[in-house]
Structure formats: structure tokens, C-alpha cells
Design a protein around this ligand. Structure first.
Ligand SMILES: *[C@@H]1O[C@H](CO)[C@@H](O)[C@H](O)[C@H]1NC(C)=O
Ligand SMILES: *[C@@H]1O[C@H](CO)[C@@H](O)[C@H](O)[C@H]1NC(C)=O
Ligand SMILES: *[C@@H]1O[C@H](CO)[C@@H](O)[C@H](O)[C@H]1NC(C)=O
Ligand SMILES: *[C@@H]1O[C@H](CO)[C@@H](O)[C@H](O)[C@H]1NC(C)=O
Length: 551
């Protein structure tokens, strides 16, 4: 106890000395570590602009094809010829890779048409469906199916699949396993994969929220337990019944009136849905953080880099008359990613303190992630500041959660080409991993490991998770949750959601070995079918994740 107090004292002291600009109310929590960074690769050859984890523990990463030569050659002397290409018509370099989280290796993949600023979702059978892009790629759908027994799987392209150009659109997986594709630059509509012959459906909300800077691109889209979609664009948000093309309700404008979408890029999450709280009527709450004031984009073009937005807002969208509850972050942030960690906390990482998204439009990179603990009652204790990354991560950076609980981070490319010199923030081809404090070795005795769980469950099915933990604490300290791995780009983690499953009970079955019985999510609106990472959390320390398929 005493040594802990002494440690805490020195820890707090060092905190004040080294990062004094952050106000003391944002001191890290007492159990205090600030996490650890690892540089996984100095260069993968491409920019991690878009990332998706698949259920074979590999990550599809891609940047864009109209970008000049990357630092990675295509395999076997392969080249890409494209007469409509804007940078190089003949390009023998890769613009996509498959990164293996189990051995830190990667290999080049082949994309034919331009995937820049596109969107994606994983369908229930585990295949990534990527939609749109720029130029010759803006109507293309591409699929990537994980290869399970060989190592040569690659992208398949379906030209002219999309009805409209989808560039800066947002996707979301739906309860029936199809995908909705919302918006895109000057496309005020939505459509579906597989293709719905009645689409595209006009969405006036996207016209109404367009301003001079188009601060409504990559709208934030979240599927709610009632089956409607929550859509946030610029400063406004609605509940959309996409089946009837009907706006069910409009929520109050976010307090402060600052835009939160590209290029005033903030981010948003659906906070964990907890089925222990009111069964299938679970409460749904949205959180939006960061962004840039209204005139920031225009001013950035004139080399005037306005301080980014430093507030987060929470909105209980399942309530009758919800209002935004605002709280300050330790620093302003634009272009930060928001990811749900296995603990249900939210990490906010990457981005800058001033300017906006877009070419050379941001300054003052924020390299320290912050972790937000939504369930902590005392608001001043919700944020903790983590240790700094190796690299600044501005425009075109991204982050995703890995199965072992680390966060994979890469990208940053604030100018048009792969420029590494003569620029303020060079194109960054590296990959880093952040290990949140819960991965610290000091929690080894508290860390559970899953020994057995079914690979497939149906909605509402009860099932058992067998686990081992050296130092089991009694009391209500075990919970089981699933996370849908996100498609992340431009600071938004599409399809991301966590469901904390209804817990029936815990029993001891042997030395350090226990069973916990839980009920799979009640509905496909709460958890659309597909592959999830299941984590068991004991005393706020998560197990490594295991894959669970919900049918
Ligand atoms: C990429 O390749 C260029 C040209 O070969 C080289 O100058 C540069 O250092 C490489 N950059 C990285 C990050 O690998
Ligand atoms: C999943 O569906 C996609 C698209 O229909 C198909 O190309 C792929 O082969 C399927 N994968 C599996 C494992 O069934
Ligand atoms: C639980 O759900 C019911 C039905 O929607 C609702 O009337 C009630 O207010 C909810 N209770 C809580 C605590 O959210
Ligand atoms: C960036 O790279 C492009 C293409 O190689 C080149 O035309 C441009 O001059 C470079 N910019 C700088 C600032 O070096």
C-alpha cells in the first residue's frame, strides 16, 4: 500500500513535470500506467489508410492507386496498367497488403482500380466487401475472402456494381447481413450490397447538412437495437428507418454547433450495449468526440490553423427526449480515431490539435492517446492520458483493435504523393501497436484466458465459456462481451459495436478454472450475424479475444 502511494506520488510528479500543459484534473487513474508502444514495422511499403481485421487474424490494409510508386513491389513481376489512372498508368507497386497479426509478416495484394477514400463492411460469412473509391474505382465493389488453407487469396473486383459514385461514403452491416452504403461526395442517397433494384434512395438530410466545406462526408452511422440507423452529419443527427426511407426523428443539434464530420473530422462510437440492462430493450448511447470549428477548413487553406474542438458529446438515443451531455477532452483533437477496447472503455488516438482533414491542412499532432471510461461516475476521472506514439499520425491514419487487445495504428499522408522529404509531415509507411494499461505484466494473475467456447452460436442461445485465472476475485467481476471488428478509415470505425452479454452465473470447476454461462445477443438488430471477437473481462482485465460466429 505504502509503496503504491509512493509510486503514485512519483508518477504524478513526473506527470506534472513532463506534460504540464495538461490540467491536473486529467491525471491518469491511480492504478496508473500509460500503456506501451511498439514499432512493428518501419515500413510496410504502403500507407495504412484503410484497415480491416478478418477472422483469420489477418488485416487487410490499403491506400490508393493514383499516388505514384509505393515502397512495395507487386509479387512475381506483376504490374498494373490503367489508361485512366491519374498518377502512373503503368505501376508495378502494391497499394494493398495483408498483415498477419500472428507473426507480424505481410504480403502485397493487388488492387486494379482506385480504392481511395472508400468504405467497407465484413459480411456474415467473413468476406470483406469494400465499396467505391475515386476515379475509375468509384462504382466498383471489391471483395476479399480470407484464405484459410492457402496463402494466395487476393481482391476480386466487380466493376459498375454500385449505382452511384461512392467516395467518402459510410457503410454499415444490417441485421439481414446486407450492407447499407450511405452518402459520399455529392451523392445524397444510400444504396445496398447486394444491390437493391429500387435504390438509390434520396436522403435529404445529406443535402441539408452540406456546407461550403462539405462538413458531412463520412457520416457517422450506427445501427441501433430498435433496427433504425443513427446518422450524424456535420452538427445534426437523425434516426433513419432505412427500410421505409423515413426519418423517424431528429435529435437536438450537438451543443456548441461545431461540425464533426470530414473535413472537420471528429469521430463517434455507439457505446457498449449491455444486455444485463433491460434485456432486448437495451439502452443505446452515442458518443462523438473532436472535430473542427465551422470556418476551419477555409482558414486552413489560407495557412491559418484553427484550434480543433476539444469536446465530446454523449446522447442517449434510446431515451424519449435526449440531450447532448458535453465534456472536455484533455486536448483539442481533429482526425482522431475512436475504438472500443475489450474493457468497454474508449480509446481516442491519432490526429492533430489544429486545422482539419485534407492536404496539409493540420498542425500540432497529438501523439498521446486518451482512454475514456464511460461508466466512471466522477466525470473528471473518466479520461486518462497515455504515453506518446513514435510518429505523428495526421490525415490518412487509422487504428483498429487486435484480437490480443492491442491497438494497431498506421498511416499518415497529408500530401498527394508518397513524399518522404521536403514536406512538413512525410508520408508514413510504418505500423505501430499500442498496448493499453490492461496488458501490463503486473496484471498477469488477474488476466483470464479462455479455454473453451463454442465457435458458433445463435441469437438468444445460452452458452458456456470456460476460463482460467490465477487470482480469481469474488464478487461481480466477470463479464463476457463481443466486439465487431471495424473497417476503419478517416477516423471512423464503421460497423464497430460491443455487446455485453447477459450473464447467468459463474461456477468453479477446478483449481483456477471456472465456467461462466451467458446468453448470446437477443436480436440481429443488437448484433448482426457474423464474426465477433469475444473477450472475457475479469476485474477490468480482459482475456485475449477468441472468434465467435453469430448466426
Ligand atoms: C521508400 O523508397 C524510397 C525510394 O527507394 C526511399 O528513398 C525511401 O527511404 C523509402 N521510404 C521508406 C519509408 O521506406
Ligand atoms: C462469402 O460470400 C462472398 C460473396 O458472396 C463469396 O464470394 C465468398 O466465396 C463467400 N465465402 C465463403 C467462405 O463462403
Ligand atoms: C426497459 O424497457 C422498457 C420497455 O421498452 C421501458 O419501458 C423501461 O423504461 C426500460 N427500463 C429502463 C431502466 O431502461
Ligand atoms: C511529392 O512527390 C511528387 C511526385 O513524386 C512530386 O511531384 C512533388 O514535387 C513532391 N513534393 C515535394 C514537396 O517534394
Amino acid at each position: 500500500m505504502l509503496t503504491n502511494i509512493i509510486k503514485l506520488f512519483f508518477f504524478s510528479l513526473s506527470f506534472f513535470i513532463f506534460i504540464s500543459p495538461i490540467s491536473p484534473q486529467f491525471l491518469p487513474p491511480n492504478y496508473g500506467h500509460q500503456g506501451e508502444w511498439t514499432l512493428l514495422h518501419e515500413s510496410t511499403g504502403i500507407v495504412a489508410m484503410h484497415m480491416q481485421l478478418l477472422h483469420n487474424n489477418k488485416v487487410v490494409i490499403y491506400d490508393r492507386t493514383d499516388f505514384g510508386r509505393s515502397n512495395l513491389s507487386l509479387p512475381g513481376g506483376l504490374c498494373r496498367y490503367d489508361s485512366g489512372e491519374q498518377a502512373l498508368t503503368y505501376d508495378c507497386t502494391a497499394h494493398s497488403i495483408l498483415y498477419d497479426t500472428t507473426n507480424n509478416g505481410f504480403r502485397p495484394l493487388m488492387v486494379q482500380t482506385d480504392v481511395w477514400c472508400s468504405s467497407g463492411s465484413v459480411i456474415p460469412n467473413g468476406t470483406l466487401v469494400q465499396t467505391g473509391g475515386f476515379n475509375d474505382g468509384d462504382h466498383v465493389v471489391r471483395t476479399f475472402s480470407p484464405c484459410l488453407d492457402h496463402e494466395n487469396c487476393d481482391w476480386l473486383e466487380f466493376p459498375e456494381y454500385l449505382l452511384r459514385r461512392r467516395w467518402y461514403g459510410t457503410n454499415h452491416i444490417l441485421p439481414d447481413g446486407s450492407i447499407i452504403i450511405v452518402g459520399g461526395r455529392r451523392e445524397y442517397s444510400y444504396e445496398f450490397y447486394p444491390r437493391n433494384p429500387q435504390a438509390p434512395f434520396l436522403l435529404r438530410f445529406l443535402i441539408e447538412t452540406t456546407d461550403y466545406a462539405e462538413n458531412n462526408l463520412y457520416p457517422f452511422v450506427h445501427l441501433l437495437p430498435d433496427g433504425n440507423l443513427f446518422l450524424f452529419a456535420n452538427t445534426r443527427s437523425i434516426l433513419l428507418d432505412y427500410k421505409q426511407n423515413r426519418v423517424v426523428r431528429e435529435f437536438p443539434e450537438i451543443t456548441g454547433g461545431d461540425p464533426r464530420n470530414y473535413p472537420s473530422t471528429g469521430s463517434s462510437v455507439l457505446l457498449p450495449l449491455d444486455e444485463n440492462n433491460n434485456g432486448s430493450n437495451v439502452e443505446a448511447e452515442i458518443m462523438v468526440c473532436g472535430g473542427a470549428p465551422k470556418d476551419s477548413y477555409g482558414r486552413a487553406l489560407r495557412q491559418d490553423f484553427v484550434r480543433a474542438v476539444s469536446s465530446c458529446g454523449r446522447l442517449k438515443v434510446s431515451h424519449v427526449n435526449p440531450n447532448w451531455e458535453m465534456e472536455p477532452m484533455p486536448t483539442p483533437r481533429v482526425m482522431s480515431d475512436m475504438l472500443i477496447l475489450p474493457t468497454g472503455d474508449v480509446i481516442i488516438v491519432n490526429g492533430g490539435e489544429s486545422g482539419t482533414a485534407g492536404w496539409n491542412n493540420a498542425r500540432d499532432p497529438v501523439t498521446r492517446p486518451i482512454i475514456y471510461r464511460p461508466s466512471v461516475h466522477e466525470s473528471s476521472l473518466r479520461f486518462s492520458v497515455m504515453s506518446p506514439a513514435f510518429r505523428p499520425r495526421l490525415y490518412h491514419s487509422s487504428a483498429i483493435l487486435l484480437p490480443d487487445g492491442r491497438v494497431l495504428i498506421g498511416g499518415s499522408n497529408p500530401q498527394i504523393y508518397y513524399n518522404f522529404t521536403n514536406v512538413l509531415y512525410p508520408t508514413d509507411l510504418s505500423l505501430e501497436a499500442f498496448s493499453p494499461p490492461y496488458l501490463s505484466v503486473e496484471y498477469t494473475a488477474l488476466r483470464p484466458r479462455i479455454m473453451h467456447v463454442d465457435q458458433t452460436v445463435r441469437h438468444r442461445q445460452s452458452f458456456r465459456v470456460k476460463f482460467i485465472v490465477l487470482n480469481f476475485l469474488s464478487g461481480n467481476v466477470v463479464s463476457v462481451r463481443i466486439i465487431a471488428p471495424s473497417f476503419t478509415t478517416h477516423s471512423f470505425a464503421m460497423n464497430q459495436r460491443m455487446v455485453v452479454m447477459n450473464k447467468l452465473g459463474v461456477s468453479r470447476v477446478g483449481p483456477a478454472v471456472y465456467n461462466v454461462d451467458v446468453v448470446a445477443p437477443s436480436t440481429a438488430e443488437i448484433a448482426p450475424p457474423g464474426y465477433y471477437l469475444l473477450f472475457l473481462v475479469h476485474a477490468e482485465i480482459p482475456s485475449p479475444g477468441v472468434w465467435l460466429k453469430i448466426e
